[in-house]
Design a protein around this ligand. Structure first.
Ligand SMILES: [Fe+2]
Ligand SMILES: [Fe+2]
Length: 210
């Protein structure tokens, strides 16, 4: 049976190492391992979760200038969800958000990694903000990014524990915390993050679900 991508993890790891800091590389390996474990716990494909986990921050160490240039080169203003909810954001999306969308574009670019597995690319694409209707694979990577063992904040262990049995509840915990942090810092919040949160609460039957 043909595989959706070649899962050449060694080649991906070498490429990644040349594109991110050492600390980011360690985080990426942590996310890969956590994503593999969560995939096993929830019946997702471990190889695909590993590839997406390893590569999710491929574009995280770009400068804002490099990020803006790649955002334009890949035409992402025309195709990506509008993170801030207004139509004229085209250029200049904050690199802390843009890296997810740029990372997916680079991973799929034949001149960078040439990954053709749309599910893997989608998990990379939505690992920061999330979105409504995320696949299981995307949720696994979304949660693994927040909860890998190298994360120093206290919630990481708790989210990891919840995630082993309830990936939706763990994804909701990440969204609650990251949205609260964004508000606390006075930053613009991504509308897609709120849509993801509402979608999870509805699925979990939480307050206001109806
Ligand atoms: Fe990231
Ligand atoms: Fe990350």
């Amino acid at each position: 049976m043909g595989r959706l991508c070649d899962y050449d993890i060694d080649r991906y790891a070498r490429k990644l190492k040349g594109m991110v800091t050492d600390g980011r590389y360690r985080h990426s390996v942590g996310v890969m391992e956590t994503a593999r474990a969560l995939a096993a716990a929830h019946g997702a494909d471990g190889d695909r979760a590993s590839v997406a986990g390893l590569l999710h921050d491929l574009a995280r160490d770009l400068s804002q200038g490099e990020s803006d240039a790649l955002w334009a080169r890949y035409g992402l203003g025309a195709v990506m969800p509008q993170p801030y909810g207004f139509p004229d954001y085209g250029a200049g999306v904050d690199a802390s958000i843009a890296h997810s969308y740029i990372g997916a574009a680079m991973a799929g670019d034949p001149e960078v990694l040439g990954i053709t597995d749309e599910g893997v690319l989608d998990a990379i694409r939505h690992h920061t903000v999330g979105k409504a209707n995320m696949s299981l694979l995307a949720k696994v990577v979304f949660v693994a990014d927040y909860a890998e063992p190298g994360r120093r904040y206290a919630e990481a262990g708790m989210v990891r524990e919840v995630a082993s049995t309830d990936i939706d509840a763990a994804a909701l915990m990440k969204l609650d915390r990251s949205i609260a942090e964004t508000v606390r810092k006075g930053r613009m919040a991504a509308v897609a993050a709120m849509a993801a949160r509402n979608w999870l609460i509805r699925g979990l039957g939480g307050p206001g679900a109806r």
